[in-house]
Structures are given as C-alpha cells and as structure tokens.
Design a protein around this ligand. Sequence first.
Ligand code: FAD
Length: 419
Amino acid sequence: MTRPTDHVRVAVLGAGFAGLAAATHLDGAGVDVTVLEARDRVGGRVWSQRLETPFGSSVVERGAEFVLDGYDLFREIATSLGLRLVDSGMSYYVRELAEHPDITTDLVAEAGTRAARLARTMPAGSSVLDVLGRLGWLDVDPVLVEALRSRVEVSNAVDASEVAASALDHAASFEPLPSHRVDGGNQRLALGLAARLGDRVRLGQVVRAVVARDGGALVRTEDDEAWLDHVVVALPLSLVRDRDLVELPTTPARERALARLAQGHAAKLHLPLAATPATSAVLSVPCRFWTWTAVDATGGVAPVLNGFMGSTAALDRLEVATSGRRWARSAKALRADLTFADAEPLVSTWRDDPWARGAYASPSPSAVADELALLEEPIAGVHFAGEYAEPEHTGLMEGALRSGRRAAQRILAAVTDQN
Ligand code: FAD
C-alpha cells in the first residue's frame, strides 16, 4: 500500500536539536529526508566533552546544560532513546550571592517575585531595565535590584534594556526546582536521533542558499544543489538574519519578527578541582557570571567548577574572546571555598563560532506575540525551525525540539492535504 509520504523528498538544514527533531519525525512518517550539517558533528549548540580532572575524566557541557521544568518533549525523546536523566543535585533557579553574604536567596526571590508582578503592570514595550528602575523607586535595596539585573542579563545573555519585561516571569523564577542533565552528556540526545537517520545525516555540508518555488525548493550547498519537495531551515538566528551568510526566502512580516529578537552572547568555563566539592550555585553580581558544582552520572559531585557568563559587555570586560585566564582568575576568587587543580581553564565561546554566531535568542521589549508567531510560517515549501522561533521556550533546547517537531508536522499536514 502506498502512503501519501512515499516519494516526498525533504532536506533539513542543520543537525542541531531542531533539525534532528524535524528529521526523525519525518523519517518516522516515511518521508525521504536528508540532513545537511556544516560541522563535523551533530548537536549544534549542545556539545558534551570529556574533561580531565585529578580524579579521572568528567563529561562537561560546552553549550546547553540544564534540562529544566516543563521540558516535556526533551523527556519524551530521551525516554524513547533509552537515555537517563541525572538530577544535578543543585537548582538552576537558586544562586547564592557570595559577594553579598548578608543578602539571602530568599530576599532575592522576594524581590524577583515583586519585579515579575510589577512587570505585568508595565506598558507594552517595557524592558527589564524599566521594571528594575521602578523597583528602585519602591525602596527595594539597590543591591537586590542589581542582583536581579545581573541574574536577568546572565540568563538572557543580553543587557537588561534589550530584554522584554515579560522575561521576568521566567528569568526571575526562584523556586528551588530540580535541574537535570542526560547521563553521559546532553549531546547523546542528538547522537541518538542522528543514529536513527544513519547516513542520511551528511556532515561537512555548508548550505549557501535556499530558493522557494511553488511545489518545492532548491537547496544550494558549497558544492552541490538539489530540488526538494520541502526544506526545513533549522539554522541559528544569526545565520538566518544575515543574507550574506545564507540566502533565504523571506517576507516583510518575517523580517519584522526577526528584528524583534535579541541575539544573546554567552560563554562557558570549566575548571577541574583538586578536591571533591559539595553541590553549589553562586552568582557574581558585578561580573555577570555564575558558577556551580553538580552531581553527575556517577552519583557523586563532579570535581569540576562550571561557569556561565552572559551578555556582550560582560564577555568584553573579562576579554573572554581572547583568553579565559581573566575569567578563570575571577571565578577562583569568587569560589575561594574550592580547591582548584593546576590546569588550564576550558573556555567555550559561541559568538565567534561560525555556525552559531551567538548563544541564543530572547524576545526584545518591542516583541509582539502575534508577530513572533510568524517566525515559523513557511514560505512556499520552505519551513523554519529553531530555538529562536519557538514562543514559549525561546532560546532553550526544549524550544528547539518543539519547533523542529512542529515544522515536520506542518510538512506532513501539507503532504496529506495534497493527496
Ligand atoms: P543549533 O543547535 O545551533 O543547530 C543549528 C545547526 O545548524 C548547527 O548544528 C550548525 O552547525 C548548523 N549550521 C549552521 N550554519 C549552517 C550552514 N550554513 N549549513 C549547514 N549547517 C549549518 N538551553 C537549555 O535548554 N538549557 C541550557 O542550560 C542552555 N545553556 C546554554 C549555554 C550556552 C553557552 C549556549 C550557547 C546555549 C545554551 N542553551 C541552553 C541553548 C540551546 O543550546 C539552544 O537553544 C539549542 O541547542 C538550539 O538548537 P537549534 O537546533 O535551534 O540550533
């Protein structure tokens, strides 16, 4: 018996979570799908690696790490691949302020809840900075206001003036909810999905152009071109926005929506420890980075200090793009409670990564929900997916997976309609 999907050919551009979620869903429905990926690995901004420590090697995440509350599709896919999630033993949501020992995490949480409430009363177009300004007028301790600003700038990886006030609902969540990671590294999710597709995932394929035509689309790579029935563009925001990097079909409405997003910049730091620590999470308010120690798959706390820095200004201040040494010194000073091994810091930057050109997106103050909904709108046979395009989990692994799956569902609906 023939199925409507028989002989339907789809190319998925990008083997990050969005692309792989789209491709495996299409493959499961019988579509002839090929994934074109520029790098020599799958996973995109999810990249797990082994780091040597005095106690043996430990898996660290050079990109996305925390599997958070509400990651339903992530959990569904992990289960289907037989992957186990490990509780990190600390909470992504609660960070001590070592520089201000008198300010407890409860005080920060209280101020955060107040800020989120205030944000809901602010006029459209307000930024987090606007909300925090008002909070200052309400006699909230300036140290608390600055701590909230730091928290938002770290999490969104942009200045508070570039973040929509509504982000306070997510960024300023201070409930001590658990945070997880995939046993053996989050990249295993990408590797597991790619294994289902086998040699239909083609690495080292740099896409240069996509041309939409009624009834299909043309994809041009550096050394080939092909006509497809549908194409899923699952590339990062910075590449999608820059026509000099990849030529893509667009519309004025899509351009307006793309302009409503802020591109965040962030980096990660990993420092091996010479003594096993307890779990911890500590924010540096002035330097806009936080550090943590967490349980890994062994069931013990990994002998590694992890760090995440967000926003261009913070990265530039500590010259993270040229060397991680200043950041490592600053992190060691913040975490004087830990014993560090004599090892070079492992620093991962994403702004200078040619296939990411940034960390992740967040809605800017000018963002309008109806406009953002257009980011996934197909243009003829060309569909769009990625963390930037998903309204509820923008910037996150869960957003990338959901957006990818939705692109696949749209294609399947279009194919069924045609038959
Ligand atoms: P990508 O993963 O970027 O996939 C796009 C793919 O397209 C890449 O593989 C890229 O190589 C490929 N590509 C680019 N250009 C081309 C081209 N021209 N031709 C062919 N292929 C191309 N999320 C969380 O949920 N929790 C976290 O704790 C978290 N922490 C993070 C920390 C850092 C430092 C960073 C950078 C991100 C973090 N994220 C986190 C965000 C998460 O990594 C992303 O939301 C998600 O991985 C994006 O998936 P994607 O498929 O949309 O994009």
